[in-house]
Structure formats: structure tokens, C-alpha cells
Design a protein around this ligand. Sequence first.
Ligand code: THU
Length: 150
Amino acid sequence: MQIDPDALIAEAHKAATRAYAPYSGFHVGAALLFDDGSIEGTVIRGANFENASYGLSICAETAALLDANNHGIRTGLVAVAIVGGTPAEDGTVTGNQVPVTPCGRCRQTLNEVAQLGGTDPIVYCAHATGYTQHRLSHLLPEAFGPANLT
Ligand code: THU
């Protein structure tokens, strides 16, 4: 299937408007693209969801993965887009100068679904004026996953 990075990043921007980040002030949105055999695929979004007990905060990518699971989607992950930054007054996030790369924990949670479906998703990390892109296997080489438990 065709992947449109700009469209997926636009979905991540939408997701970021739902961020609950009163402690860091850093609003993150993630959009996951699943190949389900259709032309456009399925997009699932997530935003970071912080907690007064700071360490319990949930990142946007992991929030999106949980939503995908709640929709019964655990395979076919072909692309991920992430954007983050300080929101404008209307809640929109334009992104900082530095791209948002997924944190270590999110790389691992993304790897779970990637390995389950046998994919190596492209991760688009947006910033104010564009994006960088990497394969998940580049961000998390020699990953431990479900295959290691067999
Ligand atoms: N955050 C994400 O949502 N995803 C990442 O990959 C990096 C960090 C969130 C966690 C916290 O709510 C805020 O960004 C600041 O670290």
C-alpha cells in the first residue's frame, strides 16, 4: 500500500490536540498506519496522557497502540508518525525545531506489534518544518520481542 507521510503526520497533529500534558506542557500526538488490505489502510491515533504521579504518564505512541488493540488491531503496522511541542492557544501543535523520536519504552511497545505482524514500520518524526524518518529496526536494533519467547 502507498504511505503518505504528510497525511499521516497530519493525523498525528490531530491526535496532539487531545494531549493531556499539564505537567510537562509537551503535547504529543501519534498516528499509526495499519495495512488492512484496503487502499488507505487504517489509522489509529493517540496522545500523551500524563499523571500527577509523573512517572505513570503514558506516551502518545503507547496510547495509540492500546487503542489499536481495543479495536482488535495487532498486525499490519507499516508506519508511525509522531509530533510534539508546546501547543498554541487553540491547542494545535506545530512541532519544535527538534523532531520527536519515540522514547525507549515506546520503541519497545511498537516493536511488540511490529514483530507480531512481521513488519518493520517506518517512523516519521515530525518537527516544525518537516520530518526525519527511520525504520523501527534502526531505532531499536536487535529488539527483544515475542519471537524470543518461543
Ligand atoms: N512523550 C511521548 O508522548 N512520546 C515520546 O516518545 C516522548 C515523550 C511524552 C511523555 C510526556 O508526557 C511528555 O512527552 C514529555 O516527556
